[in-house]
Design a protein around this ligand. Structure first.
Ligand code: ADP
Ligand code: MG
Length: 704
């Protein structure tokens, strides 16, 4: 039995949260800071000075020696620059611990090595980090000691966003403004704030660290680039929700403790479908905090794994033929006084508001399906989306039987726009059954599923930041709300106008609703008939960022400028090309230096044994000869494929234009990689296990 921990005591103990602020800050300063946090007011320098001082004292008590502006550059992971609190020694050689308001609010990391997609020319290479005081600071403990981490946004000298946080915060403002505008139309005068709530479910794999270190592909690319399926795969599904093994259990216990201290409400944990796969979900939080917390979750999963002789793989597809990992992004909009706009509610009046919200979301998702798809695109996710795995690359919305039926009724009744018909429809709405939260079945194949009082966007990749998908969700829904408000604000008869609008949206965007099996071939055909986009790869998804439609959307709500969007396009093509380049080079290295030499060794042993057997006795060696012939043929195939891969990888490196290069990597290099993998995986099944130069899938997946 390990030591007993009291969750209530440790939860948030390393976070500079509201209760710490209230306890330690002078009343007036606390009030000013709260105002800044709640109303987005600017923090004045005097207040900042006091907050910095108190924060530093608190952090030092927690064991911090350094502070760091913690930010999220466009690489999708977090970055930080550590500064110690110590001042220059005085003339007696003594130092003091310092931290000023200026250092709290603003930082200037040497940012020239972060991707900016041309936004930050070298002559103005400065980047600034600015405190996002709506996400609390925390002290993180690891091998280098304690560090006070200050969540920040990262911008260029001219104020262009160089990170994932800034656009997210902008999109949260947009959805706040438009949601409040909509609520006011329905007579709500009390809500002051509407915030997107997000709960991401994180999937991951655990493998033994010693074995991981014997696989260059896992080390360099995070996934296996070779590997034959073990005799037992996931077909028995005995792992899903299976009991958690001791070693994994002690790992999860520590992960939970670390996260709880950081104020991350890690709540559920269980085994996933694939062997060695697990999931962790926190309780939902406001979007920017959820984004920060998800970064902490990913970081903690990796860090703690090392202490248990494990390695955590966050890649979307570490093993071919085994389920990949995703991140289900649960999303809703909640007001400061506890109204969830996605809750169907109990009264007809609220149902009408809900139905408008729902149909606005249908409209948003249908209109911007390409953007949502793009927001889930990353190199690893190409192995899942559109590759016969969860979920398909086609965006559709699952409503469940009950809601779909409601929508169908709305569409079919009230053809004419008379008040009678309208009355009828309203009656129809009034007789809606109470939409019980679990009235409908789950649909595990839908990329965007309504689950009671939230939508679950199931396309996001396990290694990705959830900032991008939520930025898109917030913005497209803000747009739909704004457009609805424009109509409703002008209407003479509000009730009639709402009714018409719900019907109009439901009818116009009905095609996006799909409750069937999203993995089936019939759906692919059906979706094509409906005119829904089926964007199969990241390279094809990227241009969605800079269509006229997208630029107009993001500029209207001040989420991205056109220049920022163009920079993202550049960065994403580059990220794609770089990742595939690393994979190709790793394969070349492994094939040349490990696999081919091992196969040659095996053929030599085989040939020698044939001669030895023949010399000893006049017996039939045709089996050995057959094996030798087969192995040699596969070796020759592998050699040819290797030469081709080397050739196309070199060619790819010479292409300058980012989109052309990325496309070449996808169409030529990836194909050549598959061609090399095929004979090698077959060889793995033949060659003596003792001679095979790396742990097999079986070793990695079943022996954790
Ligand atoms: P499910 O079984 O529907 O997946 P879970 O309880 O596992 O539900 O929740 C999945 C995630 O969704 C959790 O992170 C949870 O906190 C989050 N969640 C629950 N309700 C909401 C909501 N209204 N808005 C956003 N996220 C939510
Ligand atoms: Mg779920």
């Amino acid at each position: 039995m390990g030591e007993v921990i009291n969750v209530v005591d440790i939860f948030g103990e390393d976070v500079f949260n509201d209760s710490v602020m209230q306890q330690r800050l002078p009343k007036k300063v606390y009030k000013d800071l709260k105002k800044t946090i709640e109303e987005g007011k600017e923090l004045d320098p005097v207040t900042a000075e006091v907050v910095a001082h108190v924060m530093k004292e608190w952090a030092i008590e927690k064991g911090a020696t350094h502070y760091s502006h913690w930010f999220q550059p466009l690489t999708g992971i977090t970055a930080e620059k550590h500064d110690s609190f110590i001042s220059a020694p005085d003339k007696h050689g003594k130092i003091i611990m310092e931290f000023s308001g200026k250092e709290l609010i603003k930082g200037e990391p040497d940012a020239s090595s972060f991707p900016s997609g041309g936004l930050r020319a070298t002559f103005e290479a400065r980047g600034y980090t600015a405190w996002d005081c709506t996400s609390p600071a925390f002290v993180r403990h690891d091998a280098i000691g304690g560090t006070l981490c200050i969540p920040t946004a990262f911008c260029s000298y001219k104020g262009e966003a160089l990170d994932k946080k800034t656009p997210l915060l902008r999109s949260m403002e947009a959805v706040n403004d438009q949601a409040l505008r909509l609520l006011r139309l329905f007579g709500n005068t009390t809500s002051k704030k509407a915030t997107p709530s997000v709960g991401p479910e994180q999937e991951y794999f655990l493998v033994d660290r010693e074995k991981y270190l014997q696989r260059k592909d896992l080390i360099y690319s995070g996934r296996t680039l070779f590997g034959a399926m073990p005799p037992k795969g996931q077909e028995l599904e005995d792992h899903y929700f299976g009991s958690i093994r001791e070693r994994i259990a002690s790992y999860m216990k520590e992960v939970n403790e670390v996260l709880w201290k950081l104020g991350v409400s890690a709540k559920t944990q269980h085994n996933e479908v694939a062997p060695a796969q697990h999931e962790l979900a926190p309780i939902y939080a406001q979007a920017n905090i959820a984004v920060d917390h998800n970064q902490l979750v990913m970081e903690t999963l990796k860090k703690v794994a090392g202490r248990h002789g494990l390695t955590c793989l966050l890649h979307e597809k570490p093993f071919a033929g085994v389920n990949g990992s995703g991140k289900h992004n649960n999303w809703s909009i909640t007001t400061d006084d506890g109204i969830n706009l996605l809750d169907p509610g109990k009264t007809p009046h609220e149902n009408i508001q809900f139905l408008l919200v729902l149909t606005c979301i249908l409209k948003a998702v249908d209109k911007h399906a390409d953007l949502l798809r793009e927001s889930a695109a990353d190199v690893g996710n190409d192995h899942r989306l559109g590759a016969n795995e969860a979920p398909p690359a086609i965006i559709s919305v699952f409503l469940g039987e009950q809601l779909e039926d409601v929508i169908n009724q709305l569409i079919s009744t009230g053809e004419a726009k008379t008040s009678k018909q309208g009355g009828k429809l309203l009656t129809g709405v009034k007789t809606l059954p109470d939409l019980a939260k679990d009235a409908t079945d789950r649909n595990r194949t839908s990329p965007f599923a309504f689950t009671g009082n939230k939508f679950e966007f199931r396309m996001v990749g396990s290694s990705a930041s959830i900032a991008g998908p939520n930025t898109v969700l917030n913005t497209i829904v803000a747009e739909a709300f704004a457009e609805a408000c424009e109509v409703l604000e002008k209407a003479d008869d509000f009730d009639m106008a709402v009714h018409d609008l719900i019907k109009e949206y439901a009818t116009a965007h009905q095609r996006i609703i799909f409750n069937g099996n999203g993995y089936s071939d019939e759906w692919v055909e059906e979706a094509e008939k409906r005119g829904l986009p089926n964007i199969k790869s990241m390279v094809d998804a990227i241009p969605a960022l800079v269509t006229n439609k997208a630029v107009a959307l993001f500029e209207k709500f001040h989420v991205f400028t056109k220049a920022e969007l163009e920079s993202h396009v550049e960065i994403e093509y580059e990220a794609y090309a770089k990742a595939i380049n690393i994979e190709a080079k790793t394969m070349i290295d492994m094939a040349s230096k490990q696999i081919i030499p091992a196969v040659i060794k095996y053929t030599t042993v085989l040939a020698n044994s044939i001669n030895a057997v023949k010399a000893a006795a006049d017996v039939d060696t045709s089996a050995q000869v057959e094996l030798l012939t087969e192995t040699s043929a596969l070796l020759s195939d592998a050699k040819v494929a290797l030469a081709k891969l080397i050739d196309v990888t070199e060619k790819a490196a010479q292409i300058n234009e980012a989109s052309v290069q990325a496309t070449f990597f996808r169409d030529e290099v990836k194909v050549a990689m598959d061609e090399l993998r095929a004979p090698v995986d077959r060889l793995e099944m033949i060659v003596d296990k003792e001679l095979w130069p790396m742990p097999s899938y079986g070793d990695l997946i079943f022996e954790v």
